[in-house]
Design a protein around this ligand. Structure first.
Ligand code: 5AD
Ligand code: SF4
Length: 491
């Protein structure tokens, strides 16, 4: 995390007297439990002859990745080191439940962990995240997976130290899942995956209740962070070497509406781009129904805002969109997407599409294909509709047959792949800036970076380039990425 903030937190923790009653107020209550856990982990370190290892396994979206960084921050602070393998002293699954197959995956992995635990009696197993906000899943863990040590949900990840402390003191399964988030707890440790870029939560939860989606039930109602807290966090990140931030929310376009002093997302963005030293700003996800002209203007006027907009379509049929409770029509979505294409031609547009929503007819699906052909997405995530119990759509008749879904899914995939390949061709031979993010996994002597529009570029280069924004020539488009080389003057 940002060094200045970590030092501040450490000073407060050092001053805590553990013989006193634990404080009621957050984050001080958590500082108290962090200190208690530090003592117990220090004892475990003596016993093991080395610091215990932890592995946080993240499923799902960027929101979960960001939550995992917070969980790792607390674990690092209390004395864990990190391991890549699940054969660790603490394994924490941060789960996703947006589609059914995510749930199946988790139970498979849990079986494997039991074997590790039989070998290592000090091992702790934790499960948290969206799936644990579902009562039936928690019951299943309580009943059939007694060897799981701690269970908590999405609303109280900040309580990890308190929950761990209860488990370490009591030696029995601790389940702490709350229905509703009562507060946004600021000023806790967190560990960043990258030194040069970071996600920043601007809001939590969702109020949209799309009829297929479980997110509002597991992430709760929309809560925006105060703009001052967001700006301070980004300033601290920049002071610590971060050049790119991704502002995160389920529906960033409704940011700030419910704050005591309301502020729009466009206004927040203007404050963020004004931060000195910050080079790039991304955001995710934009709901089409709330995307304002003001936002388009702010993006257009500020080159720091990356030229990538993820604009989930879900379906191109007005009738299905109505059943989905999406709040827009085929025509209004097309108007919006084409307006963005017109106003900011270099903007890359990506989307999410669901195939096989209950009642989807061939004509409805043709409408989806029609929108895809007209918008020509730079890339699209396509999903087969997954029935989520507790959502309105799960109870609806005329669920589409697997056969029809598969056939539609393949047709859709062909269409989006064609557009994506064409869109990469667009910038061949041009010179663009990329932020170098990693060593290339497959080619020695190469590094990988991203353009402002989120496209991936591989270039010959060394580790020292990681975290830098450099000019490259895009030599060859390869479908979903480019091969390029660094501009001479920068070598
Ligand atoms: N079935 C299939 N896809 C879903 N998504 C959300 N809920 C479901 C579901 N029940 C998709 C949407 C959303 C993305 C994150 O996941 O397309 O935009
Ligand atoms: Fe789910 Fe709709 Fe909210 Fe997105 S906007 S999280 S799809 S309910």
């Amino acid at each position: 995390m940002e060094k200045a903030r970590q030092e501040e937190i450490d000073q407060v923790i050092d001053a805590i007297d553990l013989s006193m009653q634990e404080p009621e107020v957050e984050p001080y209550r958590q500082y108290y439990f962090i200190k208690k856990c530090r003592q117990m982990i220090a004892q475990l370190t003596d016993k093991l002859g080395q610091r215990p290892t932890a592995n946080v396994v993240t499923f799902g979206c960027q929101m979960n990745s960001r939550d995992s960084e917070k969980l790792e921050g607390i674990l690092a602070d209390i004395g864990y080191t990190f391991a890549d393998s699940e054969d660790a002293d603490l394994v924490l699954f941060n789960t996703c439940t947006v589609r059914e197959n995510a749930n199946d995956k988790l139970y498979g992995r849990l079986g494997q962990l039991k074997r590790y635990k039989e070998k290592n009696p000090d091992m702790l197993i934790g499960i948290c995240g969206c799936m644990m906000q579902e009562a039936e899943e928690v019951e299943r863990i309580k009943k059939s997976y007694r060897y799981v040590d701690i269970v908590f949900g999405t609303h109280n990840i900040y309580k990890l130290a308190e929950i761990l402390n209860e488990r370490l003191e009591g030696n029995r399964q601790v389940v702490d899942v709350v229905e509703k988030a009562d507060e946004i707890v600021e000023q806790l440790p967190n560990k960043r995956l990258y030194s040069f870029k970071s996600g920043v939560n601007i809001m939590f939860g969702c109020n949209n209740f799309c009829t297929y989606c479980i997110v509002p039930y597991v992430r709760g109602r929309e809560r925006s962070r105060e703009p001052e807290d967001i700006i301070r966090e980004i300033q601290n990140l920049v002071a610590d070497g971060v050049v790119e931030v991704m502002l995160l929310g389920q529906n960033v376009n409704s940011y700030g509406k419910n704050l005591e002093n309301p502020i729009s997302f466009a206004q927040l963005l203007e404050k963020v781009v004004a931060i000195d030293g910050l080079k790039r700003v991304r955001f995710m996800t934009s709901h089409p129904k709330d995307l304002s002209d003001d936002l388009i203007r702010v993006i257009k006027e500020n080159q720091k805002i990356c030229r990538h907009l993820h604009l989930p379509l879900q379906s191109g049929s007005t009738a299905i969109l109505k059943k989905m409770n999406r709040g827009y029509t085929k025509e209004s979505y097309l108007d919006l997407a084409l307006k963005i294409r017109r106003e900011i031609p270099e903007m890359s547009l990506t989307t999410d599409i669901i195939v096989g929503f209950p009642g989807e007819s061939e004509e409805d699906f043709e409408d989806t294909l029609d929108v895809v052909r007209k918008v020509k997405y730079d890339s699209a995530f396509t999903f087969i509709y997954s029935k989520r119990s507790g959502t309105p759509a799960a109870k609806w008749e005329n669920q589409v047959s697997d056969e029809v879904i598969k056939e539609r899914f393949d047709r859709l995939l062909k269409e989006v792949q064609k557009d994506a390949a064409n869109s990469t061709k667009k910038y061949e031979k041009e010179t663009v800036d990329i932020l170098v993010e990693n060593l290339n996994d497959h080619m020695d002597g190469y590094v990988t970076g991203r353009m402002s529009n989120n496209m991936v570029v591989h270039i010959p280069g060394q580790k020292s380039l990681i975290g830098k924004i450099i000019s490259v020539v895009l030599d060859e488009a390869k479908g979903f990425y480019y091969m390029g080389h660094m501009v001479e003057s920068e070598v």
